[in-house]
Ligand binder design. Sequence first.
Ligand SMILES: C[S@@+](CC[C@H](N)C(=O)[O-])C[C@H]1O[C@@H](n2cnc3c(N)ncnc32)[C@H](O)[C@@H]1O
Length: 218
Amino acid sequence: MTKRQAEIFALLEPVEWTADVGCDHGVLSLEMLTTNRSRFVLATDISAPSLDKTVNLIKQKGLLDRAVFACCDGLPVDACVNQILIAGMGGNEIVNILSHFFEQNDTRPILVLQPMRDYGKVRKFLNLAGYKIIIDRIIFDKKYYLLLKAVVGEQKLGAQELAFGAIKDSYGEIDYQRWLDEKIAKTEFILAKMSKKEAKYKNLVQFLQNCKDLKGRN
Ligand SMILES: C[S@@+](CC[C@H](N)C(=O)[O-])C[C@H]1O[C@@H](n2cnc3c(N)ncnc32)[C@H](O)[C@@H]1O
């Protein structure tokens, strides 16, 4: 496993059933089964060739009796799982998959998510869907990744937490501070080339200031 995959894996709870949505290579599904982190896995992917990679990997290891596969958008609405993992997809896509699932399924599994972008939208959606974010961290593995874990519970994050993370203690972590450095550098670069009249200019200036505040700079 890569460092990113290992960090995602560490967030998974030991359960009966985990859905690995967008399973692709199947590394995480396989790890869940071989370590008994999940007794059964529902592995899904919208792409048949991607899903085949998981099927073949699990078949090679003789674990087909503990896995169910679905080539579909998101996960089957009648899926009965204790935990849902969605890693490596855009935030909007994750929100669409989960909202579609919650519209038709009353269960509220543990969620382990690794959105590639639109972090704030995912956090907001989780709160509105009756979830409390309990892990919200940035990790570095060749690039920066956000890891989220959420369980059923009440939480109403404020604007800063929606944009920068639900768990303020995580702001002090080294990878988080370096992620802020990267955000500051990128935003300064964009602002330097942008006209002050552009609609986004003011928002970016505010974002830059917020990043600097979190770095303890002014
Ligand atoms: C970048 S890979 C991530 C693989 C793995 N989850 C990981 O994090 O290492 C994204 C996978 O999600 C699949 N995917 C994208 N949109 C999907 C959707 N709406 N439903 C199911 N799978 C989807 C893609 O086909 C691809 O295999």
